[in-house]
Design a protein around this ligand. Structure first.
Ligand SMILES: [Fe+2]
Ligand SMILES: [Fe+2]
Length: 269
C-alpha cells in the first residue's frame, strides 16, 4: 500500500476507477481535477477527515486496490462524509481572502447572464466586458491572487502538489484573460465568450477548493504568532495597490447586475 500512498492520484484512479468513486463519496474532488498530481497520502492528510472516517476510507481504498488481501476492517459505520454542516471558522487574515472570494463570486455568478444577453458589438456590451476584464485582472489577479502567491503560500511548501495545482489554476486563468483581450480586439465574440465561460468554470471550482480545503488546511498549521504576522503582511501587500483601483473594482462587482439588467431591457425593446 505504501507504493500507492506515494503515487499521484490520477494514476491510481486511472488504474482503479473505484478509488475515484470512493473519494467522491467522501466529497474529495480528485476525479474532476485537471492535474491530479497530488499524492494519495497528502490528499488524505489535507482533507482532515474524522479519525473513524479516514480509517474507513483507507480501508475501502486498499480493498479496491487489493481485493484479495486480508485487511482488518475498522470499527464503526462505513458512512461517507456529509457536506460540512457548520460554517468553517477562519483566522482573521484568511477570512479576508474568503471575503474577497465573495466579491469575485458576485461577478462569476453573473457570467451566464452576460453570455446570454450581451452583444460585444454594442458600446454598452463591449464596455461591460472590458470592465469585467479589468475586475478580473486588477482585483481577482493583482489584488487577490498576488496576496496568495507572494504572502500566503510562503507559509506552505510550494513544492506540494496541492499548491502547484492552485498556482496552475492562476496561470490558466491568466491565459483565459489574455485570450479574451485578443479576441475582443478582433471582435470575435464566440472566442471571448468561450474563454469567459471557461474562466467562470475554473474560478468557481478554484474558490471552492480554497475555501473548503486549502485555507482550512493552511489555517490549521498556523501558530497564533503567524496569524498576526500574516495579517500584517496582507496590510503591507495592500499598501502597494492603488486604493482607488480596488474601490473601482468593488463598485463594478456591486453594480454589474444592474448593468446587465439594463442591457437586457435594451435587447427586448
Ligand atoms: Fe487562488
Ligand atoms: Fe483565492
Amino acid at each position: 500500500m505504501e507504493k500507492y500512498l506515494n503515487a499521484p492520484i490520477k494514476e491510481i484512479i486511472t488504474k482503479f476507477p473505484e478509488v475515484g468513486r470512493i473519494l467522491e463519496e467522501y466529497k474529495i474532488g480528485c476525479v474532476p481535477c485537471t492535474l491530479g498530481s497530488c499524492l494519495l497520502k497528502d490528499i488524505v492528510a489535507i482533507h482532515n477527515l474524522p479519525v473513524d472516517q479516514e480509517a474507513q476510507l483507507m480501508y475501502r481504498v486498499e480493498k479496491s486496490i487489493y481485493p484479495d488481501r486480508d485487511i482488518k476492517k475498522p470499527e464503526g459505520k462505513a458512512s461517507a462524509r456529509k457536506t460540512p454542516s457548520g460554517k468553517i471558522k477562519y483566522s482573521p487574515p484568511i477570512k479576508r481572502l474568503v471575503d474577497e472570494h465573495a466579491l469575485i463570486k458576485k461577478w462569476l455568478e453573473l457570467i451566464p447572464a452576460v453570455l446570454e444577453k450581451v452583444d460585444i458589438e454594442s458600446k454598452i456590451g463591449r464596455q461591460l466586458i472590458l470592465d469585467g476584464l479589468d475586475f478580473i485582472r486588477s482585483y481577482a489577479d493583482k489584488f487577490h491572487h498576488a496576496k496568495e502567491e507572494d504572502v500566503l503560500f510562503g507559509y506552505t511548501d510550494k513544492n506540494l502538489d496541492i499548491i502547484k495545482t492552485i498556482l496552475a489554476d492562476h496561470e490558466t486563468a491568466r491565459g483565459h484573460v489574455k485570450a479574451m483581450l485578443e479576441a475582443l480586439g478582433k471582435g470575435d465574440e464566440k472566442t471571448v465568450f468561450e474563454h469567459l465561460n471557461a474562466y467562470k468554470e475554473l474560478l468557481t471550482e478554484h474558490i471552492k477548493k480554497e475555501d473548503e480545503i486549502l485555507y482550512p488546511w493552511i489555517d490549521r498549521g498556523l501558530s497564533t504568532a503567524q496569524v498576526g504576522e500574516l495579517f500584517a503582511k496582507f496590510d503591507e501587500a495592500e499598501v502597494k495597490i492603488d486604493k482607488e483601483v480596488v474601490e473601482r473594482c468593488r463598485r463594478f462587482a456591486e453594480k454589474a447586475e444592474q448593468r446587465i439588467e439594463k442591457i437586457k431591457k435594451e435587447v427586448t425593446k
